[in-house]
Design a protein around this ligand. Structure first.
Ligand code: ATP
Ligand code: MG
Length: 392
């Protein structure tokens, strides 16, 4: 049996002249994601991507599962290919969909011909295949209006394909088609969701994590690497940049007025992230910030924390409710890891009375006692890079 997978690209079909760029990237992303399972032929014809295994022993179940996590695809469908002859098509339908046909309460055959040289009309082909299925499953009634199982036959350029319909997939745009961004990844619930949302818009992500050893532990760092591992299938490639943050935090604690601790700390995070972004050709920063969630996420505080930047900050969660974010995190599978109780550097040296309506001028004044440039340079020099690898 010629078991294969059909992928339906999403928005990229709307991209007009750029379309080849999007399609090529999507095919390359699919190829990279499936490579460890064996050799595939991946082609696109008429807005469908065909994924055909080149050997019998390939785990197609796993290939199918992986295709659900590739951005740029809105539907995935397992199918069987066969020669464009009516007998072969009917036989393939009976064999390939046999299990589903034997469980179904009713069925219908739906045929499509994009190869108009095929000698039967769609209706004739559906009737023929329906007749053969009816003979093979005499207790299974046909139902043209509300069938339990729809048997799809597609006559295309290279072959005929038989399948029982597709499933919704990840949507979005192929990673790598919308540039690169640095994502500030803490161990919390929000930032993994934010990272995923921006990756879904076709952005290649470079995660950055600020690490305040010994105030935050090795376990806290490992938690972030675990979160990155969960995001990897979606993001394609991930190398986490772990930036030492202890000295900066101690300097802030020792020299700055307490109500500004968090704001100044967050300005350092932004500046360091921007340095990483500029060094890696990124066009933006991504955070899990959410309006009004904490003192450092009021409008005034957001203005102060982004004031030292030239790059835009993308905050995909800005208007979401916590419940919605949690739901996303659960669907994504990051929630359980995010709620492990290891502390984040944001929770050390938190002020008792943080400024919630600061101005950029007063924050700049409060941090003016620090040698910002030297601290940034020192932290960047200590950066550790961890390439995240797939399980298999
Ligand atoms: P999260 O659940 O993502 O930790 P949060 O609601 O706890 O978010 P904050 O701790 O104020 O909010 O952090 C806001 C954002 O700043 C985070 O979403 C993340 O993007 C970034 N951030 C916070 N701490 C770190 C860190 N240690 N390393 C990298 N980024 C961080
Ligand atoms: Mg946090």
């Amino acid at each position: 049996m010629n078991d294969m997978i059909l992928l339906k690209p999403g928005e990229l079909v709307l991209k007009g002249l750029n379309r080849h760029f999007f399609e090529d990237r999507l095919r390359a992303n699919v190829a990279r994601r499936l490579r460890s399972l064996g050799d595939f032929r991946i082609t696109s014809v008429q807005s469908t991507i065909y994924v055909e295994p080149l050997s019998e022993d390939i785990d197609m179940e796993e290939a199918f599962r992986r295709c659900h996590q590739i951005f740029g695809i809105i539907a995935v469908c397992r199918a069987a290919a066969c020669p464009k002859e009516k007998e072969a098509i009917a036989r393939t339908a009976v064999e390939y969909l046999g299990e589903q046909l034997s469980r179904a309460k009713s069925f219908k055959v739906e045929s499509k011909r994009s190869d108009k040289t095929f000698p039967m009309t769609s209706i004739q082909l559906s009737q023929y295949v329906g007749g053969v299925i009816g003979d093979a499953f005499p207790d299974l009634p046909a139902d043209m209006h509300d069938p339990d199982l729809e048997v799809n036959v597609e006559i295309r350029e290279q072959a005929a394909y038989v399948h029982a319909g597709g499933e919704p997939a990840a949507g979005g745009l192929p990673v790598g088609t919308c540039g690169r961004a640095v994502s500030l990844l803490s161990g919390g619930i929000d930032s993994p969701v934010a990272t995923w949302m921006i990756a879904r818009r076709g952005v290649q992500i470079i995660p950055v994590h600020f690490f305040s050893f010994p105030y935050t532990s090795e376990l806290a760092k490992q938690k972030v690497l675990d979160l990155a591992k969960l995001l990897l299938p979606w993001c394609g490639r991930l190398t986490v940049e772990i930036i030492p943050f202890t000295h900066i935090q101690e300097e802030i604690r020792d020299k700055c007025p307490e109500p500004y601790f968090t704001l100044i700390m967050r300005r350092f995070m932004m500046r360091l992230s921007q340095e990483v972004a500029l060094a890696n050709g990124c066009g933006a920063l991504v955070t899990g910030e959410n309006l009004g969630q904490v003192a450092s996420q009021t409008m005034e505080a957001l203005r102060c924390t982004e004031a030292p930047l030239t790059l835009p900050v993308l905050r995909p969660l800005i208007g979401m409710d916590k419940e919605e974010i949690i739901r996303r995190a659960r669907e994504l599978g990051t929630f359980e890891t995010s709620i492990l109780p290891y502390e984040d550097c944001c929770t050390v040296f938190t002020p008792k009375h943080p400024r919630t309506r600061p101005t950029p001028e007063e924050v700049a004044e409060a941090e003016s006692v620090l040698d910002v440039e030297a601290l940034i340079k020192e932290a960047l020099a200590g950066t550790e890079r961890v390439q995240i690898k797939h399980e298999s």
